[in-house]
Design a protein around this ligand. Sequence first.
Ligand code: SAH
Length: 419
Amino acid sequence: AARLCSGAGGEAEAAGGAGAMLRHLARKLRASGPVTVAEYMREALTNPGQGYYTRRGGVGESGDFITSPEISQVFGELIGIWYISEWMAMGKPSTFQLVELGPGRGTLTEDILRVFKQLSSVLSKCDVSVHLVEVSPKLSEIQAVMLTGGKVQPSPEDESAYMKGISKTGIPIFWYRDIQDVPPGYSFYLAHEFFDALPIHKFQQRTEKGWREVLVDIDPEVPDQLRFVLSPSRTPATQNFIQPEETRDHVEVCPEAGVIVQRLASRIEKDGGAALVADYGHDGTKTDTFRGFRNHKLHDVLSAPGTADLTADVDFSYLRKMAQGKTATLGPIKQREFLKNMGIDLRLQVLLQNSGDTATREQLLHSYDMLMNPEKMGDCFNFFALLPLHRLAHPDKKDKPESKSPLPPVAGFHELLLK
Ligand code: SAH
């Protein structure tokens, strides 16, 4: 049901006829030669006319892959608690923005806003607004229905948001295409299964020739069939994106993820807040994770582009490097540990006690298993956080004599302490 956590490739599915995207790419490749995997992925996923996210959206049971917030409301509720816990630990600032990158169907924000409403006595004096960064017009429509009941209006051209509305719980919501359009201010950021959708470059080390980049080309023998080739020499990306200390011989790098993390880190450093990133990934150890999904099955990445989700594991060691100096980082920690620390077992017990019928109880247990089972989503999904440097500073260090009380531990990464 969920996207698998490792293993590339999979059975090639019939392309089902050359689609508009394939014809567009084939024309481009014939005219100007092979493109990087990043360029291919960007076209296939977010081309404004034919891209996968632009047209299909894909998330959910009836789509191509299912994500944790779509599996259980408990997931979003615990994330909502995480933000409240950090908001309290940071001295309850009088205002904050909740900024979600790639909100999918809007389910996660919906669950978080329900928690904010339930805990409105705690948040009562805080001015909260929601800011969604979404490139897909189709998904932003679905989000608008989910979160506002469809009561949204397009923003005037001179405003940075392209759409705005009011949540069912009375909170203003704004939509943007890029994180840079979100106004500055104290913000809690959220990126769930967002970074894995960003374009990656792929490289291979060839002993006698050094690094070469994997490119996508048209097969000269078969009409409209794509294939991978290796660049004959170094490319700008091989020069810029491979770390000098790299020891793997196959590497995937997502520079766009690096740029976004740098932006988040700068914003947190300047205006305060925190970012929570949750995704499948590794800490700089895996090599070939680029894969496609269609109808909940692995799908050949080069077949029928634009009709399948393309994804690659997030390299958390790279994200950590990109945030260095500006913010502290925590994680990656496995999803099952994070959710356990956040109190998922207790929440499950309460829901089980409150549910009268067997079907609901079975559903609750089944979704808990999906999220927590190490063989399912428990082990391969990870949580990672960016926090202001002072949030993790050790209170009894000699150079910080002014610190009075010890800082509370960060929830999820340690056991939850709500005072
Ligand atoms: N967070 C959701 C959806 C994950 S799918 C969930 O967990 O269910 C990835 C999301 O990122 C989609 O909403 C997609 O449209 C969006 N997206 C992909 N590339 C993007 C980009 N470059 N900028 C903004 N959003 C993007």
